[in-house]
Design a protein around this ligand. Structure first.
Ligand code: EPZ
Length: 433
């Protein structure tokens, strides 16, 4: 059951859940947030119209859309297809008010450099899961012959040459890899990127760019090679299914011991997660392009799980998995290697009756089959989604404050879960009845 209740005037927006029901049914997964955002940035590289088909209507996409419009782009939606006309998108400055609302804004610098040879961006924002510096972005651009000044309120860059170059990343970074690709596809030389991040979102960005006429090989491996070209045509690609949303819904089935079918699973992008799913007792099978997952036998704690760069276990599913482990009696151990502050969920799970102990990179979770619903607060995207999962498993009612964090990345989490049998109410108190 899904009720969207609007009431009163209040700055809070909430989700209310009555837990204790095993989820059953099938669900279609939205387009990938982390694939759509760099594809939107890449659209700047063509002085004309590009389209992202099946683009998720989420806060971060709307934020990126607004920034592109401030640069001079014209956008329009046709259902779920986002058309970006970048004919006149010649702006080269993005203020901190805009960039501070999301992490991805920083890669617009690479796109502006590719288009106009210069750009200024305010420092990016994003979820409070760690310091999230941009030093590797700056390092990569300097290796590519870009003059970069870091100032108090942002970064100013100017391309000194357009002959490409070589970058050996000191550490794998999804955003910095995307940054280097975006700033190199329009040039008159070869660019070699080594020790690249291998996330699927980088593969999808390169597919989108190749469809525009870019010459890129090696994406998905640690070495990407780019032969610069003079111009690019309009992009036109369907945004892939969101692997993190798919994993979140599989966690919902595990937490409630239910059985769900994902109609459009992201092929080959969830292997590390599915290994974990089996370890806790979950079962799954691929059938005619769908993924059938059975969480009825989920009961085994995890001796040790650590997050790693792709194809290792994804940091973005660490919080949803912690919520599942909070429903499993026994002690599980998680190590978060990617971000320094991604255990904020622990305190909220403890309010519901779990016993999560955090020390540095490590968290030990003593789960219970009798989590109790209560008021909890989300403070970032994936931790907020994890609270939804815990609430679905808990007895009684849970109110989750901070729904706006969850809406940054989940397009229809309430209606999707309601379609699987969850009793969930979206309380958006920003409107009058
Ligand atoms: C992307 O963030 C994703 N965001 C994140 O998803 C994801 O968790 C992350 O990649 C890792 O997979 C988007 O794609 C919009 P990184 P990004 O650069 O690019 C450090 C979500 O929930 N680092 O790969 O910012 C950094 O602090 C979000 O959807 C530097 O030290 O991640 C982190 O410890 C959360 N200097 C590590 O590298 C830099 O210049 C990996 O970060 C850049 C990063």
């Amino acid at each position: 059951m899904y009720v969207r209740a609007l009431s009163g005037v209040n700055s809070l927006d909430e989700i209310q859940i009555t837990g204790g029901r095993a989820l059953e049914g099938s669900v279609i997964v939205q387009g990938s947030k982390n694939a759509a955002l760099p594809m939107m940035a890449a659209s700047l590289l063509h002085r004309g119209v590009s389209v992202l088909r099946g683009c998720p209507r989420i806060t971060d996409v709307y934020c990126m859309e607004e920034i592109l419009k401030k640069l001079g782009a014209v956008s329009r939606w046709e259902g779920k297809d986002l058309y970006l006309d970048c004919t006149r998108a010649d702006g080269t400055e993005i203020c901190g008010d805009s960039t501070g609302r999301m992490r991805s804004s920083v890669i617009l610098l690479g796109a502006m450099l590719g288009r106009s040879g210069r750009g200024t961006v305010g420092y990016p924002g994003g979820c409070v899961i760690g310091k999230r510096p941009v030093d590797i972005h700056v390092f990569a651009l300097r290796c590519l012959g870009v003059s970069v000044q870091e100032k108090e309120n942002g970064i100013t860059a100017r391309r000194l040459r357009s002959t490409g170059g070589t970058v050996v990343f000191p550490k794998k970074s999804v955003g910095a890899t995307e940054q280097a690709v975006l700033s190199s596809v329009l040039s008159d030389g070869e660019t070699v990127l080594k020790n690249c991040a291998r996330e699927p979102e980088i593969v999808w960005l390169c597919r989108y760019l190749r469809g525009m006429g870019a010459c890129i090989t090696g994406e998905g491996s640690s070495c990407i090679r780019i032969q610069g070209v003079g111009t690019l045509n309009g992009g036109d690609l369907r945004v892939p299914a969101d692997r993190i949303v798919a994993g979140t819904y599989l966690c919902a089935a595990a937490a409630t011991r239910g059985r769900i079918i994902i109609e459009n699973p992201p092929e080959g992008e969830l292997d590390a997660f599915l290994d974990l799913y089996r370890k806790i007792g979950g079962q799954y099978e691929g059938k005619s392009g769908k993924l059938i997952a059975d969480g009825r036998n989920v009961r085994f704690p995890v001796t040790f799980l650590e997050t790693e760069a792709y194809p290792g276990f994804p940091t973005d599913l660490q919080s949803p998995v912690m919520a599942v482990l909070a429903t499993i009696p026994g002690e599980s151990h998680i190590r978060e290697n990617i971000f320094e502050d991604r255990f904020r969920l622990a305190g909220e799970l403890n309010k519901m009756g779990a016993a999560v102990r955090v020390s540095g990179k490590d968290a030990w979770i003593r789960g219970t089959e009798t989590l109790q619903g209560c008021p909890v607060t989300a403070c970032e995207l994936r931790g907020g989604a994890a609270l939804v999962l815990a609430a679905l498993a808990a007895r009684g009612d849970t109110v989750i404050r901070g729904y706006s964090y969850i809406r940054r990345g989940y397009e229809h989490i309430c209606s999707d879960l309601a379609g699987l049998g969850a009793v969930i109410r979206e309380i958006n108190r920003n409107s009058f009845i």
